[in-house]
Design a protein around this ligand. Structure first.
Ligand SMILES: Nc1ncnc2c1ncn2[C@@H]1O[C@H](COP(=O)(O)OP(=O)(O)OP(=O)(O)O)[C@@H](O)[C@H]1O
Ligand SMILES: [Mg+2]
Length: 260
């Protein structure tokens, strides 16, 4: 009897191995009944590991919702999010919380540092919450990387906005997360401080192999990314990739074409 052999392993569909995050038919409806708003209408996109992606689009287009769903901060209404090979929809609330703490880093526009803790303690916090022994070398390396070694005993209130965001970035990286999610990380900063933060995000990808997904309104910020996604009305309407397509001018022109 003739049987068909199973396909060799290499012929199987690459199970998103190279994707840090894979979104499939991602749909999100906020609210219920008459107040329901469909923020995402079915997004399919893979974010390759060790790359920097910018997410852009008009206000209300679903950027933050996409980021929150991809990071496991919000549960999608339908579709799947696979992060670091795990289907987030299959995780219990507790496992999802642990996943967010241990496998994902966050940088927000308004920093979200703990005012009572100094810089070193803020950066180490995710490890302490996980019950891990903070690694002194890792802390030193990250503080040096973000240029705050001499500020490690200062509290957030004693730092500039740019310095605070650099603390937040070091904190996001301390656990060597699968993905760093950044929602308007330069939104509250002047241009020079913003550039420093963007250069550090770029360096985290290039030197540390981090994967960064950043929401921004600013074409100059998005130009630091490898790929730019454009959202409109909860749909992925354009995708720019490669050095020629991801210049601030090209990005601004595509946004203008969308009426942003
Ligand atoms: N918690 C919520 N309850 C109800 N509607 C919501 C909620 N969060 C977001 N929305 C709606 O979903 C849509 C997408 O919102 P989202 O915050 O993702 O947009 P955004 O692209 O991040 O906008 P912005 O650039 O202003 O930050 C909007 O219409 C918004 O009003
Ligand atoms: Mg937003």
């Amino acid at each position: 009897m003739k049987t068909t052999p199973p396909p060799p392993i290499d012929d199987r569909p690459a199970a998103d191995e190279h994707m840090a995050v894979q979104l499939s038919s991602l749909r999100k409806v906020h609210g219920k009944g008459a107040a329901a708003v469909t923020a995402l209408h079915g997004i399919d996109h893979g974010f390759p590991a060790s790359t920097f992606t910018a997410v852009m689009g008009p206000s209300g287009s679903g950027k933050s919702t996409l980021l929150h769903c991809a990071a496991g901060l919000e549960r999608p209404t339908a579709g799947t999010v696979v992060l670091g090979g795990r289907d987030l929809g299959a995780l219990s609330e507790r496992k999802l919380t642990l996943m967010r703490r241990d496998r994902v880093g966050f940088v927000f526009q308004d920093f979200h540092l703990i005012p009572a803790l100094n810089v070193a303690a803020n950066v180490e916090l995710p490890l302490r919450l996980a019950g891990s022994q903070p690694d002194a070398h890792r802390l030193d390396d990250l503080l040096a990387r973000v240029g705050l070694n001499d500020r490690r005993r200062h509290r957030p209130g004693q730092l500039s906005g740019g310095q605070r965001q650099r603390v937040a970035l070091a904190r996001a990286l301390i656990t060597r997360p699968e993905v760093v999610f950044a929602d308007e990380p330069t939104g509250a900063l002047d241009r020079a401080s913003g550039r420093e933060v963007l250069a550090l995000l770029r360096g985290a990808v290039d030197d540390l192999g981090a994967t960064v997904i950043m929401v921004t309104h600013d074409p100059q910020a998005a130009a630091w990314a490898d790929e730019v996604l454009l959202l409109a009305d909860g749909r992925l309407v354009d995708r720019l990739a490669g050095p020629e397509a991801t210049t601030a001018e090209t990005i601004a022109a595509r946004l203008a074409a969308l009426g942003v």
